[in-house]
Design a protein around this ligand. Structure first.
Ligand code: KG4
Ligand code: ZN
Length: 358
């Protein structure tokens, strides 16, 4: 089975061709970073227009890379949400057009399901059920992946996603965007014990996350500096911040592991995905955590952790193989929780508080 995957839910335009034998025959991603940089954040209208401009060319390149024609395809899988609604619509309409014209099976994929199943694309031995930590710029969740289309969310963020917290902290420290890599680089020479920063929710029951208090604490530390920021202070603040984020994530993961092992004593894997998994400190801490709990750690290669269309094609393959085909009237969704039974996190929907991203 050869499936075309399309991803346009945020600021990456992506197309990929993947087979059910786990061969990634093409995987092209175009970042819009430069287009949004002058505005200091992602502008939804610019994202949608840029997807329109580039998507057709990117699909053509993916087909060329794979040496395939539309007639060789066995299906089309497209992100139908959650994400920026205008951006999602561009990919969804394009995917529907390809599927409609060539009369192909169609899968409207939840972007989070793409992340959730991507580790099974890189690791043929990864069996359900597994525990998934999903930490990116837009998402921060812990989920039990029981099977395709079977997710149990154990926790989510009640304010910022982990990557978003890195990005905001980097802005405060004048380190540029994207913040995660910049903080990690700055932290290399820093002393992570110099500044005392809070660990929101650490030691508390449950698996939810919160990062806004940590960001505010960092803001106060920067404001209190008598002679302003210099490189040495930046390094120590970045290292202290990174330590705090890692401590919180590991604490939340440990709680999730208890719940996972209680619900599924046969479960063997801890999986992590999302751009923040690029962080070496977090990777090392996850490794120790998995060993401590007798779990195998599966970290997909970074190209499959950050947003890409190969994971969408793969989720499409998993769904289509089970007969989970969608009609061409599938709707784009700005919000689309993977686990429709999950209760909203504490704080979501209350006046003045931001809910989770999905
Ligand atoms: O998964 P991703 O590419 O896109 C989203 O779906 O958001 O994740 C991007 C996020 C950004 O917030 C970025 O700052 C963060 O991942 N990130 C990192 C690192 N590399 C990227 N965070 C911490 N350490 C890193 N090395
Ligand atoms: Zn993503």
């Amino acid at each position: 089975m050869l499936v075309l995957g399309i991803e346009t839910s945020c600021d990456e335009t992506a197309a990929a061709l993947v087979t059910d034998e786990r061969e990634i025959r093409a995987n092209v991603v175009l970042s819009q970073l430069d287009e949004h940089a002058p505005y200091g954040g992602i502008v939804p209208e610019i994202a949608a227009r840029s997807h329109i401009e580039h998507l057709d060319g990117l699909i053509a390149r993916a087909m060329r890379d794979a040496g395939a024609e539309f007639g060789d395809l066995d299906g089309v899988a497209v992100t139908a949400g959650p994400g920026l609604i205008g951006a999602v619509m561009v990919g969804l309409m394009t995917g529907k057009a390809v599927a409609g014209v060539h009369d192909l099976p169609f899968a409207a994929v939840n972007h989070l399901e793409g992340h959730a199943l991507s580790a099974r694309l890189s690791d043929a031995d990864l069996q359900f059920p597994y525990l998934l930590l999903l930490v990116s710029g837009g998402h921060c969740q812990l989920l039990i992946v029981e099977g395709v289309a079977r997710y149990r969310r154990l926790g989510t963020t009640i304010d910022d996603a982990a990557g978003e917290a890195f990005d905001k902290a980097a802005k405060l420290l004048e380190l540029g965007y994207p913040g995660g890599p910049a903080i990690e680089r700055a932290a290399e020479d820093g002393d992570g014990t110099r500044f005392k920063l809070p660990r929101p929710l650490k030691g508390r029951a449950g698996c939810d996350f919160s990062f806004s208090g940590l960001k505010t604490a960092l803001l106060h530390k920067v404001r209190d500096l008598e002679r302003g920021l210099d490189d040495g202070l930046r390094a120590d603040l970045a290292a202290s911040f990174q330590q705090a984020v890692a401590d919180v994530v590991i604490d939340r993961c440990q709680n999730a592991i208890h719940t996972f092992q209680e619900a599924h004593p046969e479960g063997q894997f801890l999986v992590a995905g999302g751009g923040v998994v690029a962080n070496s400190l977090l990777r090392a801490r996850l490794k120790t955590l998995a060993e401590k709990n007798s779990l195998s750690l599966a970290l997909p290669p970074l190209a499959l952790c950050t947003d890409n269309a190969a994971m969408i094609a793969w989720a499409g393959i998993e769904r289509l193989s089970l007969g989970l085909q969608d009609e061409l009237n599938a709707i784009p969704r700005a919000r689309w929780p993977l686990d429709s039974n999950a209760a909203p996190p504490p704080g979501a929907g209350r006046p003045g508080k931001l809910g989770p991203k999905a």
